[in-house]
Design a binder for this molecule. Structure first.
Ligand SMILES: Nc1nc2c(ncn2[C@@H]2O[C@H](COP(=O)(O)OP(=O)(O)OP(=O)(O)O)[C@@H](O)[C@H]2O)c(=O)[nH]1
Length: 231
C-alpha cells in the first residue's frame, strides 16, 4: 500500500490554530508540518491548510488537518465557519506581546460560540509561543496557568523558531482528543528548557513584508491552499 493510501485510511482530526496576527501561528504550523521556519513575517490572508500524519502510543496513526487562521479574521464573517467542527484548537499568543495574550479572551469566546451548535466540542490548548525570547517575556507564566485552570485548557509553551515542544504540542492535543495517554518520556520533553539567545529585535518581526510563496512540501505534509494569495 502506498503512503497516501495509508494516510487516507487514518483518522483525521481538524485542528484549528487561532490568535493574534504575528503571534506565530503560521510559523508553528510550518515548523510542525514541514520542519521549517521563516524569519520574515508574511501575514496570512484568510487561512492556510496543512496535513501531517503523526504517531501516538499504541501504533495509532492519525492525520492532523491543521487550519492556520489569519489573525486579521477576528470579527470577520468566515471565522465561525473555519472554526466549526474542530476537534482541537490551539489558542496561540506571543509571550513577548501582552496584547496578544489579552486578546485571547476574544478568540476563546469566538471558538466557544462557533461550536455552540456542533456535536463536537473541541479540546483547547493555550500555547505561549516564542519561548526562545524568554528574556523579553511580558506575559508571566502564572497568568498563563491561571487562564488554563479557569477554562480547563491544556497548557503549552513552544518556540516555532527553535522547534522546542512544537511536535509535542500537536501530539498532546491529538492524544487528549482521542483519549490516549502519552508516556512519561514524551511528556518530559515539554519541560525542556531552551537557552534564550539574544536577538536583535529588528524589522523582521515587525515589518509586514511580502515574501515569495512558501517553499515546497516535505513528502509527509501537503500544503493544500492559501486563499487570497498572501498579498
Ligand atoms: N523569535 C521567534 N520569532 C517567531 C517565533 N514564531 C514566529 N516568529 C516570528 O514572528 C513573526 C510572525 O510569525 P507568523 O507565523 O507569520 O505569525 P502569524 O500568527 O501566522 O500571523 P498572521 O498571519 O498575521 O495571523 C515572524 O517574523 C516569525 O518569524 C518564535 O518562536 N520565536
Amino acid at each position: 500500500m502506498s503512503d497516501s493510501e495509508e494516510e487516507s485510511q487514518d483518522k483525521q482530526l481538524k485542528i484549528v490554530v487561532v490568535g493574534d496576527g504575528a503571534s506565530g501561528k503560521t510559523s508553528l504550523a510550518t515548523r510542525f508540518a514541514q520542519e521549517a521556519f521563516g524569519k520574515q513575517y508574511k501575514q496570512t490572508i484568510g487561512l492556510d491548510f496543512f496535513l501531517k500524519r503523526i504517531s501516538l502510543p499504541g501504533n495509532l496513526n492519525v492525520t492532523l488537518q491543521v487550519w492556520d487562521i489569519g489573525g486579521q479574521t477576528l470579527g470577520g464573517k468566515m471565522l465561525d465557519k473555519y472554526v466549526y467542527g474542530a476537534h482541537g484548537v490551539l489558542l496561540v499568543y506571543d509571550i513577548t506581546n501582552y496584547q496578544s495574550f489579552e486578546n485571547l479572551e476574544d478568540w476563546f469566546s469566538m471558538v466557544k460560540k462557533a461550536n455552540e451548535e456542533s456535536d463536537i466540542q473541541p479540546v483547547i490548548s493555550l500555547v505561549g509561543n516564542k519561548i526562545d525570547l524568554e528574556h523579553m517575556r511580558t506575559v508571566k507564566s502564572d497568568k498563563h496557568q491561571r487562564f488554563c485552570q479557569e477554562n480547563g485548557l491544556i497548557s503549552q509553551f513552544v518556540s516555532a523558531k527553535t522547534g522546542d515542544s512544537v511536535y509535542l504540542c500537536f501530539q498532546r492535543l491529538a492524544a487528549e482528543i482521542l483519549g490516549v495517554k502519552l508516556n512519561k518520556a514524551e511528556l518530559e520533553q515539554s519541560q525542556r528548557v531552551v537557552k534564550a539567545d539574544i536577538v536583535n529585535y529588528s524589522q523582521d518581526t515587525v515589518a509586514r513584508t511580502v515574501n515569495p510563496p512558501r517553499s515546497s512540501m516535505s513528502p509527509e505534509s501537503l500544503h493544500y491552499f492559501s486563499s487570497g494569495g498572501n498579498t
